[in-house]
Design a protein around this ligand. Structure first.
Ligand SMILES: C[S@@+](CC[C@H](N)C(=O)[O-])C[C@H]1O[C@@H](n2cnc3c(N)ncnc32)[C@H](O)[C@@H]1O
Length: 259
């Protein structure tokens, strides 16, 4: 992390605001948002929508100066022209704000800014045109941590590995991870797998992982749902929202059994 006190040049800070519950914003995150001349928030495609990150910012700082940056979040894979255009437009918004006098800009992002976040793409895009820019991040609570707490699930203990993976494409990738000897005792966390839920569920069931698995959707929002994976619709075509997380811990023995 670059030291923001090292110079007086422009500073872009990626702030993790947690998965959605305003109470999960850290004090350091709040301070970084409060100190910023402008807070940029990502939105899916439409500048009229209020996203998760913006809700958290507004909860704490109703008078914050906020700019929405569409990030073409519905694009599936690769640096598509639409996605590249969105990154360039977001970077231009930031560069223009610095040129107009802002010294410090914060980018509020759900969860943690170093875990599958748009912040990395934004920082890289802005740095291309502003090599003297300082960037830094303030960590946030991830969705997997929020789901572990909400469902009473221990994420990992003792010698258990923890695998976090996106399930956007073929759930055979998840199957291969669960089949790997080295990862036999791992807790597997699936992000971005809402659309693939029926297939994802089948893989968990076939590998004996469904019984202890939990699913959380829209964590931290009034429409949050958290529950055992066995209770979530298994019908073919039954999708979960994009903001859904699945935790599949291994079967565990008694106290300290994994030490
Ligand atoms: C682009 S990633 C963002 C991850 C985020 N930076 C983090 O640290 O958790 C989006 C994925 O994170 C998970 N996610 C983020 N926020 C969530 C929420 N409020 N409820 C459930 N899952 C969430 C979902 O798996 C979603 O598909």
């Amino acid at each position: 992390m670059a030291d923001p006190t090292a110079g007086n040049g422009p500073l872009l800070t990626g702030v993790g605001v947690g998965p959605g519950d305003p109470q999960l914003l850290t004090l350091a995150g709040l301070a970084a948002l409060r100190d910023a001349d402008l807070v940029v928030v990502p939105v899916r495609d439409d500048v009229d929508e209020v996203g998760y990150a913006e809700r958290v910012v507004r909860h704490h700082l109703p008078d914050a100066r906020i700019a929405r940056a569409p990030f073409a979040l519905t694009e599936r894979e690769g640096v598509t022209p639409r996605r590249a255009q969105a990154w360039d437009a977001a970077a231009a918004l930031v560069v223009d704000a610095f040129a107009a006098g802002a010294a410090t800009i914060a980018f509020a992002t759900i969860g943690d800014p170093n875990v599958y976040s748009t912040f990395g793409y934004l920082a890289a895009s802005v740095l291309e045109g502003m090599p003297t820019l300082t960037t830094r991040t303030v960590p946030g609570v991830t969705a997997m941590q929020a789901l572990a707490a909400a469902s009473g699930t221990v994420l990992c203990e003792g010698r258990e590995p923890l695998v976090l993976m996106p399930v956007l494409g073929d759930p055979a990738e998840l199957d291969a991870v669960l089949a790997c000897d080295l990862l036999a005792g791992a807790t597997v966390v699936a992000y971005k797998g809402g659309r693939r839920w029926p297939a994802l569920r089948d893989v968990l069931a076939a590998r004996g992982r469904l019984a202890h698995a939990v699913v959380g959707s829209h964590l931290g929002r009034p429409d949050e749902s958290v529950g055992p994976a066995t209770a979530v619709d298994a019908a073919a075509g039954a999708e979960l929202p994009y903001l859904s997380t699945v935790l599949a811990p291994p079967a565990r023995g008694g106290r300290g059994g994994k030490l």
